[in-house]
Design a protein around this ligand. Sequence first.
Ligand code: 6PG
Length: 251
Amino acid sequence: MSEAIPDIRIYPDLDALSEAAAEFFTKSARAAVATTGRFTVALAGGSTPRPMYERLAAPPFGDVVPWPGIRVFWGDERCLPPDHPDSNYRMAREALLSRVSIPSDNIYRMAGERPPDAAAAGYAETLCDVFRLAEGELPRFDLILLGMGSDGHTASLFPGTDVLTEEEKPVASHSVDKLATDRLTLTLPTINNAAHVVFLVAGEGKAETLQRVLEGSYEPANLPSQLIRPTHGRLTWLIDEAAASRLDRFR
Ligand code: 6PG
C-alpha cells in the first residue's frame, strides 16, 4: 500500500496552533451538523488541547459552533473521579463545556470513578447506543483529537502495553505500570475507523519523538502514535515549530 503523504501543518507557536485547531473544529462541526444533523467528536486529554478548547468557548468560535448538534466523547480518561484535577473530563468541562450551550445529554463522559473494566464496558454500550451500532460494528467518529506523549503514546495507548493489540473492543481499560494508574481508552480499531483524526503536538519536548514517529523507522510497539492510520479517513498533524524543529522535511 503506498504511503499517503501525511497532512502536516506547522504553526509558529501553541497559540497559532490552537487558533487553527479551533477554526478547523468549527468548520468541520458546522458542515457535519448541516448535512447529518450532528457532529461526533472525541476530545483529547492532557494539556496541549486546553487553549484550543478555551478558544472554542469564546467568540468568534463559541457563537457559531452548533452546540446542540455536537456530541462530545473522550479519546481516553484517567481512572479518577470527574472532579479530580487530573481528569480529562474536568479539563474539558472547565475550558469549554461549562462555557457553551451544549446540552448535558450530548456529553458522554468516561466514568473514571467506576471500576475500570465496568467503565470500559459501559462506555462501549454508550457508543453502541449513540452510534446505533450493529453487533461487532465500530463507531465512526467525525473527528478524534489526539495528543502525543514524549514517549510516543497517544490517547492511553502506551508503548509495550497489551491494548495495542486489541482488535475487537471499541474501548479498553488497562493498568499503565509506568504511571501506576489505570486508564480508559478508545482502541486502535475505533480510532482508525474515524473520518478524521487530528493530532495536536506542541513544544520542544516532543520534537525528538515526533521526528521518530513521522520520519523514523516503523516501530509501533515503542511509538504507538505510528499505529494511527485511519483506514478510510484522514489524518492531520497540527504541530508548532518547536515540536517540528527536528523534522528533516521542514529544516
Ligand atoms: C492523557 C492524554 C494523552 C495526552 C498526551 C500528551 O490522558 O494524558 O490523552 O494521550 O494527549 O500525554 O499530553 P500533553 O498534551 O499534556 O503533552
